[in-house]
Design a binder for this molecule. Structure first.
Ligand code: ZN
Length: 278
């Protein structure tokens, strides 16, 4: 576990503790407050992958293909950031990995036949290539989360941003040739028009979120308290179409894993859990 922390700490822009990756975020844990990503420093996660795997809660138009195409054309907001799946499906997204905790999460998702989206960091892919392979093998969707989680990347030049995102995609493709990388999530949700544009030019949709249980905020909660906070926040704020942000990397993810052990069967019961379409 400590190895993970050390490894991922290296991904931070400052090289400080992993907590600092997202430490600047506001304390607001509500989805609404965090969904704008704008100036708040917040973590990112991954979102879903391709087809609906859960049960169509509202039989309506929830067939896998329908929801997938709906989500594909959903990108939404005028700022070009996709924060909802575009259909009734709910997307689980996990950020900052791969890490030593990723296999446990993958095992849980497999157990419930749930597909998710993983927003991976280049240096973490370099560190744990095998886990990236397993993510892809299990059918989850990939999202580019920058080379080393530079929370200020979006303020740099378009060329710098492009080089960072391309380097990250290249590393992913080196490990998993042919992998589809259709999403980009800026570290801490600090999207800028330039970053959104560059990502788009590289064929990636900028991905935000609607529910943020703040599992990155290890300074505020820990252990069982953190686990309960994650469970409560997700339970109270998830609605059809939601994109839920959580983390499988960036620090000790025990609390997140414990929370999802409880949440996965519940969410699957209530919603169609979809992987963002590629
Ligand atoms: Zn992140």
């Amino acid at each position: 576990m400590s190895a993970v922390v050390l490894t991922l700490a290296g991904c931070g822009t400052t090289g400080a503790s992993t907590a600092s990756w997202h430490g600047a975020a506001s304390s607001a844990a509500s989805p609404a407050a965090s969904s704008d990503g704008g100036g708040q420093a917040r973590p990112i996660s991954d979102s879903t992958a391709q087809a609906a795997t859960g049960k169509p809660s509202a039989s309506a138009s929830a067939s896998p293909s329908t929801s997938a195409s709906a989500a594909a054309s959903a990108p939404a907001s005028s700022d070009g950031i996709m924060r909802q799946t575009g259909g009734p499906g709910v997307a689980l997204t996990f950020d900052d990995g791969p890490s030593a905790d990723t296999p446990r999460l993958l095992a849980m998702l497999r157990e419930h036949n749930i597909k998710a989206t993983f927003c991976v960091v280049g240096v973490a892919v370099q560190e744990f290539p095998q886990y990236l392979k397993e993510i892809v093998k299990d059918g989850h969707t990939l999202c580019n989360h920058t080379w080393k989680h530079d929370e200020k990347l979006g303020k740099k030049s378009a060329d710098t941003i492009r080089a960072d995102l391309q380097r990250t995609n290249d590393e992913i493709l080196k490990v998993v040739p042919g992998a589809q990388i259709k999403y980009f999530r800026h570290p801490a949700g600090n999207f800028t028009p330039t970053a959104v544009k560059v990502a788009s030019e590289l064929g990636m949709v900028s991905l935000g979120w609607t529910v943020d249980p703040s599992d990155w905020n290890v300074k505020k909660w820990s252990g069982a308290q953190m686990t309960q906070h994650i469970i409560t926040t997700v339970r109270n704020n998830t609605k059809p179409g939601a994109v839920i942000l959580s983390h499988d990397g960036g620090g000790d993810r025990s609390a997140t894993l414990a929370a999802y052990k409880t949440l996965l069967p519940e969410l699957k019961q209530q919603y169609s859990l979809v992987a963002l379409p590629v």
